[in-house]
Design a protein around this ligand. Structure first.
Ligand code: NAD
Length: 453
């Protein structure tokens, strides 16, 4: 589906009209292509007094080929502004963030990045420190709404449970997270809080192929987000097992052939689906490193008009089938240490949505699944995360009535819908072996939608 308005505003006539009438102005977003530099310009680093991450941060960025700007230079424009706020232990010290960001508010290049690093409030030594660290969320989310032109802003809480120096797993996952957030892979992710720490992770030999050697299962892979996922994960080096219902067999085969993967025709709600899937994975690959639960359906009706069938189908496809499959794959130890489970939720699961009680229940349940499984599976070295897409341009959203669809597209900081590839890139980052210390997160891919904000 195309966003004709977004194309129109890129034209000369469109630009003039948008300016005159004060209409929404969706910028063209920077997206990832293998071999791209991480940023469109140099990065400016800042740090609060006593911060623990400034030094490792500078080292990581330099190793990733990012040019670090001279803080004394004037009139520069930046691909990113990064600030280590871990030294902030009292609300009065938040002024250091104002002092850093205020002079640079207009110096960020289109599709630039703002990243603030903090300490998770629950790990803070005093209530004052926890208060100040929590305050960072408000700053970052507001910058995401203010800076514009396709720029994004995120807060990364880096655990200090490991002690004063970064543990190897945390350091590797901080690097993978920065590489994702700085690059065009995170084009439609903004205003997010990501927690890093407490897991093992291994850096890839080549950051352009971060999934080399990994066996990945993608459900619902015949079209939409699932098809984009299969492509992105294969591009990043994975062997992809693409699954969908038998009725989607032709489209599924086309996706699998295109990427040199394999196709599994299976209805996830069939009683024997988990065991058939487990047997397939065991006999073909002996394991599955990454499980992506992407298959999902909607059967919309307001609750009073909804028959029980609509309720049952949606809960079964979107939630219960995921639980049954996880149980069997885990029980049979087919997901090894270093494995990943990634589920697709929705902002409807966070905000709720009229006409979608069944869908929102299932998608909130997916978040519950992440919350409950992540701590127990951490001991087995398996991470569990979810992504919550907002308005993504697919057949699912093409069915929404025009006026509601137009509102959904524009009601976010980037004034446009996301693309399936944006969700795929986010799932890709969570799947990387380097991201093992990112677990228990729900990352929204919604352009900082106003819904559920
Ligand atoms: P889609 O309808 O284009 O694709 C979903 C795929 O899942 C289809 O190929 C379908 O055949 C498959 N599927 C459905 N039931 C299945 C079953 N029982 N067994 C096996 N496969 C089954 O949808 P999409 O827009 O690509 O959405 C993918 C995921 O993202 C879904 O979980 C959806 O809820 C979620 N999501 C989408 C959006 C959006 O804006 N498109 C927003 C939030 C969340």
């Amino acid at each position: 589906m195309t966003d004709r308005y977004a194309s129109f505003v890129q034209s000369a006539a469109g630009r003039a009209l948008v300016k005159r009438l004060g209409l929404p102005d969706p910028p063209r977003l920077r997206r990832h292509h293998p071999g791209d530099p991480l940023l469109p310009g140099p990065a400016l680093l800042g740090a609060a007094t006593g911060g623990r991450l400034a030094e490792p941060l500078a080292k990581m960025l330099t190793a990733a080929g990012v040019e670090l700007a001279d803080p004394a230079a004037t009139g520069q424009r930046y691909g990113a502004l990064l600030f280590d706020a871990t030294g902030v232990t009292d609300s009065t010290e938040l002024r250091q963030l104002y002092d850093f960001f205020h002079p640079q508010a207009r110096a960020v290049l289109p599709s630039g990045r703002v990243i603030v690093l903090g300490t998770p409030p629950r790990e803070c030594a005093t209530p004052r420190e926890a208060t100040a660290q929590r305050a960072l969320e408000g700053l970052v989310r507001s910058i995401g709404k203010e800076f514009g032109r396709g720029s994004t802003a995120q807060l990364v809480y880096v655990s200090r449970a490991d002690g004063p120096t970064l543990a190897a797993g945390t350091a590797t996952s901080l690097e993978s997270t920065l590489r994702f957030l700085l690059s065009g892979r995170s084009a439609y992710v903004s205003g997010q809080v990501v927690r890093v720490g407490g897991g093992t992770a291994s850096a890839p030999a080549d950051w352009d192929r971060p999934l080399d050697g990994q066996v990945v299962l993608v459900t619902g892979a015949a079209r939409g987000i699932g098809a984009a996922l299969a492509k992105v994960l294969a591009r990043d080096g994975a062997t992809v097992v693409a699954l969908d219902i038998p009725a989607a067999g032709d489209a599924l085969a086309a996706v699998a052939n295109d990427i040199g993967g394999t196709a599994v025709q299976l209805d996830l709600t069939a009683p024997d689906a988990p065991t058939r899937l487990a047997e397939h994975l065991a006999s073909r690959h002996g394991r599955v490193d990454v499980v992506v639960h992407n298959a999902g359906i909607t059967r919309d009706k307001t609750l009073g008009r909804m028959d029980a069938d609509r309720w049952d189908q949606v809960i079964d496809v979107n939630l219960s089938s995921q639980e049954r499959i996880n149980d069997v794959l885990l029980e049979r130890k087919l997901i090894p240490t270093g494995g990943r489970i990634i589920s697709v939720s929705s902002i409807a699961g966070i905000a709720g949505n009229r006409g979608q009680t069944n869908y929102a229940t299932s998608k909130a349940g997916v978040i519950g699944l992440v919350d409950s499984l992540a701590p127990t599976l951490r001991e087995r070295g398996i991470s569990v995360n979810a992504v919550a897409p907002g308005f993504i341009e697919t057949r699912l959203t093409a069915r929404i009535p025009l006026v509601v669809r137009e509102a959904g597209r524009r009601m976010n900081s980037l004034a446009q819908g996301g693309l399936p590839v944006d969700v795929a890139e986010t799932i890709g980052w969570l799947a990387w072996p380097a991201s093992g210390a990112v677990s228990g997160n729900v990352v929204r891919v919604c352009g900082q939608s106003l819904l559920g904000a």
